[in-house]
Design a protein around this ligand. Structure first.
Ligand code: MOS
Length: 709
């Protein structure tokens, strides 16, 4: 008996979050809410130079300060092993490894005291002498080490130079994006304790099993003796997808002291200790015939990366499959700089890529005199242009059509500077996008009991997007239960192994694993001699069984390689209207329409929130956010929410979200992932709207007033 997802009509329903009440009542424990008996408090010692060596350390004053329990620096800390590469391909340079300084804010020690205030005060008393070197902070600095094709993602088909030379119309434009930080609300926290040889860590992470594997290796203990707990996470947007040094140092301090230790990062530390979207520059060359058919795309990207770091976050990966075009070449480089380590940030690489690609298409549309929506339709990739395989699903055409209708695109005067509203120039722009999902294998344990309840258990975490809720909905749907009969236990590595909450892959992987377990359970229930219409509670009861359980597994990556369709990610189109005050250079969002094909939507309410959240983040990227490095010290000079601007309510218009499409044919659940697609088309749509309003093309994000004046 195969359970289907559309029997009871629970899937898709916009039900409230099952954990919502606990959250608003303050009863949902986030990492910083955990306090353990006997716990001490830590503060980090951070480098105040960006490059060089530590020449001298004097811990004397700090060690003598009130309440101080230990001060650990590279020259007195017990050694650690190197961590293995994570499943997402990033490797961490272990903290306190040696005297080298690679960036400002690098954690070069940890102070533990009885109170947080004592630890913070004592950390300032540690005297560090540096042999500083001039830092390399700019991707064009000739001293920067530059890697070509660092991720092996460069690709080429056809003959791009010849096609560009023969094209009727060409475009050659360069786009830059400043560094951005993830800026989740929840300050990253680690509470580490060694309990009889077993390490228990409450840690802000989107990938608890990755933290477990890494800590086990670094501290030389078996993985099953490490437990990572993260039942609730106060946002991450990718910042929680790497192991960070504060987690390791807190764990080390707890081991040295044999006492629980808690560390909460400060907001400024969030800017240099938990990753960021690297600054980037892209050159986009397009060639088209007079009818607007693309004949050539050449996409070259360079972005920053930390010294010695290798975070795999390719920018050019999607360009070869975005549009039907016979001649496509992509090039990718990374310049290693003395900047804080980069991380994954919502739709990493893809957001940068689409800003360049979708801005360039808007410029091309202008040159050709073709409507921007029409230009995308003329180059629509009916099949995957790289493999030639049919998409597992693709409703981008519906995204464009529905978006244009809801926005009222047909009434737009194509000429720039054609529309005014009082002192404001008004502009309308659009962009299309896709984002692939990164699925990993997932295992769940499903239990039904004679009281008619089901429990689903897996080591995933809910980043705040609704994993608890959709896990309950999927389980309820498949087992024929009410949602409130399902208990969801996640956020604990003692539960069955689960992938990261990231890469837009968890919902599909988790859903498919639940499906697998439900099929097994339903089959076993069917083998008990059920009476027509009998509930499983009554069935278990009659057979004297307290409960029945099954383990389910999904392995989408294995399925990808053997697939005769091209597994599609989500698709989207965004339509933006902005007002620009020419005298002041102010840009105000007036309207935003976002249409998304994410395949099957598990919960229309949490999905909509995801889309709105992505759009808000896209507004920040387009108009506000940039982490500014001091050119001398390499310090993030604006690392507070007073200086680094994220969108607030006044910056955000009503956002009109619509879902289109049908259940995907590749993922067993029919979903394609919604965590990231919502941001991808926003910044280019806004930049294109600013051009339409003003006639000025800004190719450098964020579009701040200095660039418009
Ligand atoms: Mo995201 S960068 O998958 O949290």
């Amino acid at each position: 008996m195969t359970a289907t997802l559309d029997k009871q009509n629970i899937i898709g329903q916009p039900i409230d979050r099952i954990d919502g009440r606990r959250k608003v009542a303050g009863a949902a424990p986030y990492p910083s809410d955990f306090d353990l008996p006997g716990q001490a408090h830590a503060a980090l010692i951070s480098s105040t130079v960006a490059a060089g060596r530590i020449a001298r350390i004097d811990r004397t004053a700090a060690e003598a300060a009130p309440g101080v329990l230990t001060v650990l620096t590279f020259d007195n800390a017990p050694p650690l092993a190197d961590p293995p590469p994570s499943a997402l391909g990033s490797t961490m340079r272990r903290p306190l490894r040696d005297d080298r300084i690679l960036h400002y804010g690098q954690h070069i020690g940890i102070v533990v005291a009885n109170t947080r205030a004592q630890a913070v005060a004592a950390a300032r008393l540690v005297e560090i002498g540096y042999a500083a070197e001039p830092p390399v902070l700019d991707i064009d600095d000739p001293r920067a080490e530059v890697e070509q094709n660092p991720f092996g993602m460069e690709s080429s088909r056809g003959d791009v130079p010849a096609a560009l030379a023969a094209a009727d119309v060409t475009l050659d434009a360069t786009y830059t994006i400043g560094a951005e930080t993830n800026s989740p609300m929840g300050l990253f926290t680690t509470v580490a304790s060694w309990q009889g040889g077993r390490l228990v860590v409450h840690d802000t992470t989107q990938f608890p099993s990755m933290v477990r594997t890494a800590l086990a290796a670094m501290f030389g203990v078996p993985e099953q003796d490490v437990r990572v707990l993260i039942p609730f996470l106060g946002g991450g947007f990718g910042a929680g997808l790497r192991l960070w040094s504060h987690t390791v140092l807190t764990t080390l301090a707890a081991r040295v002291l044999d006492r629980p230790v808690k560390l909460v990062l400060s907001r400024p530390q969030m800017f240099d200790s938990t990753g960021h979207r690297a600054a980037s520059r892209q050159r986009m060359r397009l060639g088209a015939d007079r009818d607007g058919h693309l004949v050539a795309i050449d996409h070259d990207a360079i972005a920053a990366n930390g010294v010695g770091d290798s975070l795999p976050s390719p920018i050019v990966a999607g360009t070869p499959v975005a549009y039907a075009c016979d001649n496509v070449a992509t090039h990718e480089r990374r310049a290693h700089l003395n900047i804080p380590y980069t991380g994954f940030m919502r739709a990493p690489g893809s957001v940068e890529e689409h800003f360049a690609l979708e801005s360039a298409l808007d410029e091309l549309a202008g040159r050709l005199g073709i409507d921007p929506v029409e230009l995308r339709l003329r180059n629509y990739a009916e099949v995957n242009p790289a493999s030639g395989k049919p998409w597992s699903s693709k409703a981008l055409r519906d995204c464009l059509r529905v978006g244009a209708e809801r926005f009222g695109w047909a009434g737009r005067d194509p000429s720039p500077r054609s529309t005014h509203d009082g002192d404001w120039l008004v502009g309308q722009g659009m962009a299309a996008a896709t984002f692939e999902f990164y699925a990993q294998p997932c295992t769940v344990r499903l239990v039904v009991d004679r009281r008619g309840h089901a429990t689903v258990r897996t080591g995933a975490t809910d980043i705040g997007t609704g994993t608890y809720t959709i896990a309950a909905q999927i389980t309820a749907e498949l087992l024929g239960l009410e949602v409130d009969r399902v208990r969801v236990e996640i956020g604990d590595t003692d539960l069955p192994p689960a992938p990261q909450s990231g890469g837009s892959g968890l919902a599909g992987a988790l859903g498919a694993a639940v499906q697998d377990a439900a099929n097994e359970l339903n089959a076993r229930l069917a083998r008990l001699d059920g009476r027509p219409g009998e509930s499983f509670a009554s069935l278990l009861d009659r057979h004297g069984l307290d409960e029945l359980s099954a383990t389910g597994h999904s392995d989408l990556p294995a399925a990808v390689s053997g697939s005769d369709v091209a597994p599609a990610g989500a698709f989207a189109a965004a339509f933006a209207e902005v007002g620009v005050d020419e005298e002041l250079g102010l840009v105000r969002m007036r309207r935003l329409v976002s249409v998304i094909d994410g395949g099957r939507v598990f919960n229309e309410k949490t999905a909509r929130s995801q889309a709105i959240g992505g759009a808000v983040m896209g507004i920040g990227m387009a108009l506000l956010e940039e982490a500014a490095y001091d050119p001398n010290s390499g310090r993030v000079a604006n690392g507070t929410f007073g200086d680094y601007l994220v969108p607030v309510n006044a910056d955000v218009p009503d956002i009109d979200v619509t879902f289109v499409g049908t259940p995907d044919t590749f993922n067993p659940t029919g979903s394609k992932g919604l965590g990231e697609i919502g941001i991808v088309s926003i910044a280019p749509a806004i930049a294109n709207a600013v051009h339409h309003a003003t006639g000025t093309r800004i190719r450098d994000l964020p579009i701040t007033l200095d660039k418009l004046l």
